[in-house]
Design a protein around this ligand. Sequence first.
Ligand code: PMP
Length: 280
Amino acid sequence: RTVYVNGDFLPEEDARISVFDRGFLFADGVYEVSTVLEGRLIDNEAHLIRLQRSLDELKMGCPVTKDELVELQKELIRRNNLVEGGLYLQVTRGAADREFGFPRDAKPSLVMFTQVKNLINSPVAEKGLKVISVPDIRWQRRDIKSVGLLAPALAKQAAVDAGADDAWMYEDGFVTEGSSNNAYIITKAGVIVTRHLGNEILHGITRRSVLALAAENNITIEERPFTLEEAADAAEAFVTSATTFVTAVVSLDGKQIGSGKPGPLANRLRQLYIEQALKS
Ligand code: PMP
């Protein structure tokens, strides 16, 4: 693989980053993952707007302009001949002697790499996900896409250890989101319920697209918190993220949701989302 590090395209084994980089020492950095389909970036503009917001919230600079960033992304896709998968990009506050306060002279650092993945024909999406619930132990600014991902990594591993695929995190009895996706249920009346935007969840780019598609198709949406009990009793459930699109959830804590198979509305939304992405 060819990766990008602070101005250079390099074979991954030649890439270097300082041990004093604050991303490494403090998780003082933010990231984005954009989807690549047919060699093209999907919804990239929205990802870069969210990146800028994360940077602004942390008073962090970016070493390149937005237009330069897009050119670098495209160049990395070309150099890796990436057809389908993800493009990860990360900006950290840069390298400086280890002090908690922000260094005055550190130069932000930018790294990017690609991941090949079968996103459209995903075996996981066909089967649907088994999820377990875990307490949400993350910090209180989950709207910032920070590289501090230990809590979701622990949640995901707890799921794997339990023989499941993913974890839904909850707080005060209400589901916040999945370990790396937004969480939804569909009630028996056919209403999509997903948590409202705030500091408690990441404002998913896929969430926005899928809710817009649902609205266009006259599906009722309620943006509000829902409980684990409500989820267990739902007709269907699903998650969204850039690299999983819409993926059905078929069980929660070992109890099947609806038929125990990916539901018709989740399947339809997945189809609508993929069609729109391929046309864009
Ligand atoms: N929530 C969390 C916690 C995530 O990590 C992600 C994926 N980065 C999402 C939601 C989904 O966001 P998006 O649709 O922008 O990929």
